[in-house]
Design a protein around this ligand. Structure first.
Ligand code: FAD
Length: 490
């Protein structure tokens, strides 16, 4: 934090989710001086709670949002290229059951458009599988009334947390200063201009003023909170909706797009790291996004719909859940599912007469690079050009495969050296940072509980924790994963 005293950076970014991290990288690659502050851990907000797809979203075709689908497809192609170690092609099946002629026609047109809007893609095109071919590809599908399935390709980012970290690592290579567990508590102002923010180090407990020529609010679903003081009595910019996922033992061979019987909504069943993710729900949400958790209703809804589609698959066993809050551009008079997923940049100068501040409203992970480019174009002006579509992320081409010598836990390949790297090079400061967002141990069925004492010993040595602090950190980790394990069946 000390490195920020007595200087003014070109750009201060508040929020270390995928959008903030993407902005930091883009700006640093263009030579801007950058600071980024994150109140909790990088990627600990909505970014670590999605379906983990890099996709155009078939659903948006129904809403005639062709522009959004087209640009997401372009971004999918870019991410497959710049992050081939983190973003992978994923084949999907879209099974059809006794469809009406109209429904059959609608899906055929949808599939045609999905291919058309990504003509320049490297992924295979759609194909129709008849009933026998569909059941051969996915034997656990309910065969009753099945006529066949469309197979098409999208992409998956199984460890989106690492995508955030690699954006930040690249940003720091370009000189950016990134602060983890550092909350922007209020904007610093000179008259009508925002000139930075007062930032609290949540670990050490002291504040500093970070001065900046431009500040970007990239706080996702928290957005209305930090700017509330600047826009008294104004309507919120966001509509918040909650979506949950359940994680179960491996249930299917393919990823599936399915229509829920109860309400006709689209939901996904997706293979993920040897397990299966089922999601998501979409319900209006109020309150602190940090408190979001799955409810009994959410879980039973997904379980019932997944069981209908795959009657014999192991959906009774829930390993854990996660719940995330969508930050959607506020639109009145439409249902949760109909609100556009397109982002918007909110210019406080034009709307509220406040200079030096820009807010990012909404935006998918898929679009993060493009959103970051748009933000930095606005901040840096026409004289600079984004390079993020061409420059690969730091982990690309480093041969991510490695020999596991001594894993900490029998369910997961994470080693003591991985934890050390997380602390030394990737800003991990708590057990949750290291297990949930730097390594895969917290995303294994046991979530690291089987080896928690050993991990705590190791981190205590690395970070100089005494016995009291070590015990407090273990308790904090247990509290952090408790909402994820409320429905766990061991
Ligand atoms: C259920 C669900 C499923 C989804 N699935 C997909 C998908 O499959 N594919 C896809 O592309 N998108 C998906 N999305 C959307 C995607 O996850 C989000 O749009 C994206 O993660 C938003 O990133 P963000 O950086 O804006 O927000 P966040 O990740 O929430 O980051 C904002 C950060 O700001 C920090 N912050 C807040 N206040 C302060 C402060 N005062 N000081 C410092 N820091 C602060 C927070 O701690 C947080 O880390 C999904 C979303 C949900 C909810």
């Amino acid at each position: 934090m000390r490195s920020l005293v007595d200087r003014t950076v070109d750009l201060l970014i508040i929020g270390g989710g995928i959008i903030g991290a993407g902005i930091a990288r883009d700006a640093a690659l263009r030579g801007l001086s950058v600071a980024l502050v994150e109140q909790n851990d990088f990627a600990s907000g909505t970014t670590s709670r999605p379906t983990r797809l890099i996709h155009g979203g078939l659903r948006y075709l129904e809403l005639f949002d062709f522009g959004l689908v087209r640009s997401d497809m372009r971004e999918r192609e870019i991410l497959l290229r710049i992050a081939p170690h983190l973003v992978f092609p994923l084949p999907f099946l879209l099974p059809m059951y006794r469809p009406s002629l109209w429904y059959r026609f609608k899906l055929r047109v949808g599939m045609f458009l999905y291919d058309l809007l990504s003509l320049d893609k490297s992924l295979p095109r759609r194909a129709w599988l008849d009933r026998a071919e569909t059941l051969a590809a996915e034997p656990s599908l309910d065969p009753d009334g099945l006529v066949g399935a469309w197979r098409f390709y999208d992409a998956q980012v199984p460890l989106v947390e690492q995508l955030v970290i690699e954006n930040l690592l690249d940003a720091t290579k370009g000189g950016a200063i990134v602060l983890n567990h550092a909350r922007a508590v209020e904007y610093v102002r000179e008259g009508a201009r925002v000139t930075g923010a007062r930032v609290r180090d949540e670990v050490a407990g002291h504040d500093i003023a970070v001065r900046a020529r431009m500040t970007v609010n990239a706080t996702g679903p928290w957005l209305d909170r930090p700017i509330a003081g600047l826009r008294p009595r104004a309507t919120p910019l966001l509509r918040l909706t909650k979506g949950i996922h359940i994680v179960t033992p491996r249930a299917t061979a393919h990823a599936h797009v399915l229509f829920a019987k109860r309400d006709g909504r689209i939901f996904f069943v997706v293979p993920w790291r040897g397990l299966t993710i089922v999601g998501t729900t979409d319900t209006d949400y109020e309150g602190d996004p940090a408190d979001a958790a799955a409810t009994e209703d959410d879980v039973r809804y997904l379980q019932a719909e997944a069981r209908r589609a795959f009657p014999d698959a192991p959906f009774d066993t829930i390993l854990f859940t996660w719940a995330g809050i969508r930050a959607l551009v506020r639109e009145e008079g439409v249902s949760e599912g109909e609100v556009s997923r397109k982002h918007a940049l909110y210019d406080h100068e034009r709307r509220d007469g406040i200079l030096g501040l820009l807010s990012v409203v909404g935006g998918k992970i898929t679009a993060y690079r493009d959103i970051a480019e748009e933000v930095v174009d606005r901040v840096a002006g026409k004289g600079t050009r984004s390079r993020t579509a061409e420059v690969t992320l730091p982990g690309a081409g480093t041969g991510a495969a490695r020999t596991v010598t001594s894993a900490l836990c029998r369910h997961d390949p994470t080693t003591a050296e991985d934890i050390a790297r997380a602390v030394r090079d990737e800003w991990a400061m708590t057990i949750g940072d290291a297990l949930l967002r730097r390594t895969t141990l917290g995303l294994a069925p046991c979530q690291g509980l089987d080896c928690l004492e050993g991990v705590a010993d190791h981190m205590a040595r690395l970070l100089g924790w005494d016995a009291t602090r070590r015990a407090a950190e273990i308790a904090a980790y247990r509290r952090e994963i408790e909402p994820m394990r409320r429905f766990s069946v061991e």
